[in-house]
Ligand binder design. Structure first.
Ligand code: ADP
Ligand code: TRP
Length: 322
């Protein structure tokens, strides 16, 4: 299995990113024969237009991923733009991409529907993503449900290139991360930077405690029994709790006679403990910028080696290289 995935540096990582994506990427590094993970800064450029922020979030993403357990000895970690071969490959793919295929993609379609003007970067975003995947002969792409359509586009483009020019690309498959892991934000909607409802993985514990206290809850009287299955505070608690704690909390909900404040305190305690080790590792890494530069430099060199090989293969079959 050759695994590849990317994550955009569009802000600091929140619990949704961790439980819905990062944790599974990291777990796969042990099963895969090869694992490539990159920070998709070129994709992020379609939304982040502040250079200091883009740079800082890219750097933070690298530190965060290593602190959370991505092991540079077992997986290749790099920054997308450090592999220029991918952008070249993206052009080769673009020349065979039907407009209609991209017009159906949701990121672009949603923007159009809201009457906003979209740029060519957003429109061709799925083609760059296809190049990201095909450049490393990856066969397994772990992604959240929202990215499934992009993997389908990638498969379409690979199939049509292979059909036209002969077998060139490995056909990748999405490994869609369990949708039950959809993490709610403090307002009960899906946790997302765009909804301003996030709880961040590396938030200062004191600040986090305050944010957790602001999680929206219903105003039913304390003595009334509540259904844990439909309660987003319980869903958040569930993420961090072990089986016994989950069971006990569910029983408390069903019995009633408790305050949400107690659940929030318990959640804050568990969440802080859960990320404690990673927070400690993050502090150490933060004081070793050389080490991070080295990890990203080695990762880019390894990734470029593979991408150059695939690019040359594609260039040869389509006649731009002899
Ligand atoms: P955001 O919505 O905050 O901008 P991204 O779109 O950058 O987050 O998410 C990156 C990855 O994290 C995606 O693969 C996505 O599926 C996953 N993810 C984001 N938010 C959640 C969530 N609330 N629950 C589960 N997974 C999530
Ligand atoms: N578009 C993905 C996201 O927003 C990030 C990404 C870019 C990616 N290139 C990729 C994911 C290639 C998997 C494979 O989450």
């Amino acid at each position: 299995m050759r695994v590849l995935s990317g994550i955009q540096p569009t802000g600091r990582f929140h619990w949704g990113n961790y439980f819905g994506a990062i944790r599974q990427y990291i777990e796969l590094q042990d099963e895969a024969e090869d694992a490539f993970y990159f920070i998709a800064n070129l994709h992020a450029l379609t939304t982040v237009r502040n250079p200091e922020e883009l740079w800082q979030w890219t750097w933070d993403a690298a530190i965060d991923l290593v602190a959370l357990g991505l092991d540079p000895d077992r997986a290749t970690l790099f920054v997308q733009s450090d592999v220029p071969e991918v952008s070249e490959l993206s052009w080769l793919l673009m020349t065979g991409t039907p407009m209609g295929l991209l017009e159906r993609c949701h990121a672009y379609k949603d923007k159009q529907a809201r009457g906003l003007s979209a740029d060519a970067g957003l429109f061709t975003y799925p083609v760059l993503m296809a190049a990201d995947i095909l450049a490393y002969d990856s066969d397994t792409v772990p992604v959240g449900e929202d990215q499934g359509q992009h993997i389908e586009v990638c498969r379409d483009l690979a199939a049509s290139f292979n059909h036209h020019f002969g077998e060139t690309f490995v056909m990748p498959k999405a490994k869609i991360i369990d949708t039950s892991a959809r993490v709610p934000g403090i307002d009960g909607e899906k946790m997302s930077k765009s909804y301003n409802n996030t709880l961040d993985v590396f938030e200062d514990p004191k600040v986090l405690g305050k944010q957790i206290m602001r999680i929206k809850t219903d105003s039913r009287p304390m003595d009334q029994p509540k259904d844990p299955e439909t309660d987003h505070l319980f869903q958040l608690y569930w993420l961090f709790a072990d089986d016994a704690q989950r069971e006990e909390m569910a029983t408390t909900y069903r019995r009633g006679g408790f305050g949400y404040g107690e659940v929030k305190k318990a959640l804050a305690g568990l969440a802080v403990r859960f990320f404690d080790e990673a927070r400690q590792r993050r502090r150490e890494l933060e004081s070793q910028p050389e080490r991070i530069r080295q990890i990203l430099g080695d990762g880019a060199a390894q990734a470029r080696k593979k991408a150059a090989e695939v690019l040359l293969r594609a260039q040869r079959v389509c006649g731009v290289k002899g």
